[in-house]
Design a protein around this ligand. Structure first.
Ligand code: GDP
Ligand code: IMO
Ligand code: MG
Length: 430
């Protein structure tokens, strides 16, 4: 009865999309369970590059069924346009192939406007959100005033609900933030149109997935963002507003705890972060430039959703051990190992130091990392280009040692190593 969960073990953008694509070969159903179109998951297949924000990355395989769970927040404009762009690429998207939970919440123009207004008001202290309305949509959900997809099922009551939602948010936008109000009736009319298109996709995802798992189908849960951005367990307040961690998959899809088989932690071979917040192993200078790239290559470290340059640094094993604890990882998938080629000496952060103390676990979680300095271990790098490596033996011994050291320091086996952005540029160890 397998549910396999794929999570980001760092601050997002670990390469989850390409790992989901790989594992989708064996899956019947691929399900997004958290976040919204703040996610940007890249999958490269031959000459085609897909950048998915809301639809599960596994839908690129024609045999899969895609699911969007109750834990996701959905901007219908993005949803409909992503459906269209997949169709244009020859991928079937219809109510038989895509099922969306009735309990998923809507992102509206009011949420987008609030996200922008709140960030503006924070000035220098801004979170650096993706401005996709994620925080305000989840805020309404938690305040029990959000709009769910099930509201779209009844057009007569949906329109007045939308008007009420926009008008109440207008009061906040104008009075608290001095922002422009939205035209409630225009937005409501627009959303009634979206409802007509989306209603055929609305389902009880929990029921459907449970039945599928009980009849032996394999479900892959595709996490968005990463453990260190989790609302509860991340570097709060510099986090997203959902639960990207493995338990979030159960909450965000309506599944019981007994169906989980494997939990893959996707880990970039170094550390990146986009947006504000602590980053103990952050680098600048030449090595940072090499890790980030200049933006010429599609895999360079520039945000898939916002195009912002990502902050880069050395791999942080204190934080990876923490991610293992929070998620219960059964294995790791290491991505972008190829990017480390040509760096003479690699560093791995094995512990933190504060005053005279050394920590391998943090005393009070990872909220306040400012007072810690990383303790590094150095390892020799390698010159070889890894793009053609397809087996363990194809890797230079320094790269093998780097992988083994990650296993030793995290206490989790590495099952997959990705050595390039293309679908086949991967080494399976398990
Ligand atoms: P996600 O959000 O976790 O799915 O990751 P993103 O798609 O936002 O960012 C990962 C980037 O790295 C994308 O441009 C991928 O095509 C690229 N990528 C993934 N794995 C590898 C790899 O092993 N090597 C290289 N060079 N690029 C990779
Ligand atoms: P994927 O799924 C990297 C970051 C934002 C910001 C913080 C809060 O592609 O890995 P939000 O818009 O969610 O309120 O922003 O979270 N963030 C991501 N960083 N990858 C993502 O998704 C992210 N989604 C949100 O940059 O720091
Ligand atoms: Mg991404």
């Amino acid at each position: 009865m397998p549910l396999n969960i794929i999570i980001g073990a760092q601050w997002g953008d670990e390469g989850k999309g390409r790992i989901v694509d790989l594992l989708s070969k064996q899956a019947n159903i691929v399900a997004r369970y958290n976040g919204g179109d703040n996610a940007g998951h890249t999958v490269n297949v031959a000459q085609q590059t897909f950048k998915l924000h809301l639809l599960p990355s596994g839908m690129i395989h024609p045999h899969t069924i895609g699911v969007i769970g109750n834990g996701v927040v959905i901007n219908p404009v993005v949803l409909l346009s992503e459906m269209e762009s997949l169709r244009a690429a020859g991928i079937f998207v219809n109510p038989k192939r895509l099922l969306i939970s009735y309990a998923a919440h809507l992102i509206t123009p009011a949420h987008l406007a609030l996200d922008q207004a709140i960030e503006n008001a924070k000035g220098k202290g801004k979170l650096g959100t993706t401005l996709r309305g994620i925080g305000p949509a989840y805020t309404d959900k938690v305040a029990r005033s959000g709009l769910r997809l099930s509201d779209m099922l009844n057009v007569d009551t949906f329109a007045p609900k939308m008007v009420h939602h926009i008008e109440t948010t207008n009061a906040r936008l104008t009075k608290l933030y001095g922002a422009e109000p939205l035209d409630a009736y225009a937005v409501a009319n627009e959303f009634v149109e979206y409802a007509r298109k989306i209603v055929p996709y609305i389902q009880d995802v929990s029921l459907l997935l449970t039945d599928a798992i009980n009849s032996g189908h394999s479900v892959l849960a595709e996490g968005a963002q990463g453990t260190l951005l989790d609302l509860n367990h991340g570097t709060y307040p510099f986090v997203t507003s959902s639960h990207p961690t493995a338990p979030g998959a159960l909450v965000g899809l309506g599944l019981g705890v007994n169906c989980v088989d494997r939990v893959y932690g996707v880990v970039k071979a170094f550390q990146t972060r986009v947006g504000s917040g602590p980053f103990p192993t952050e680098l600048d200078g030449d090595v940072a430039l090499q890790l980030r790239g200049t933006g010429e290559n599609p895999w360079d470290e520039y945000g898939t959703t916002t195009g912002r340059p990502r902050r880069v640094g050395w791999l942080d094993m204190v934080l990876l051990r923490y991610a293992h604890r929070i998620n219960g990882l059964t294995e790791l998938a290491i991505t972008k190992l190829d990017v480390l080629s040509g760096i003479p000496t690699l560093k791995i952060c094995t512990a933190y130091r504060s005053d005279k103390n050394t920590y391998t676990n943090l005393p009070f979680g990872i909220t306040d990392l400012a007072s810690f300095t990383p303790v590094y271990e150095e390892m020799p790098g390698w010159e070889e280009n890894l793009w053609q490596a397809r087996s363990w033996d194809d890797l230079p011994h320094q790269a093998q040692a780097y992988i083994r050291r990650i296993e030793d320091l995290s206490n989790v086996k590495v099952n997959l190593v990705s050595v390039g952005p293309e679908r086949d540029q991967v080494i399976q160890l398990g």
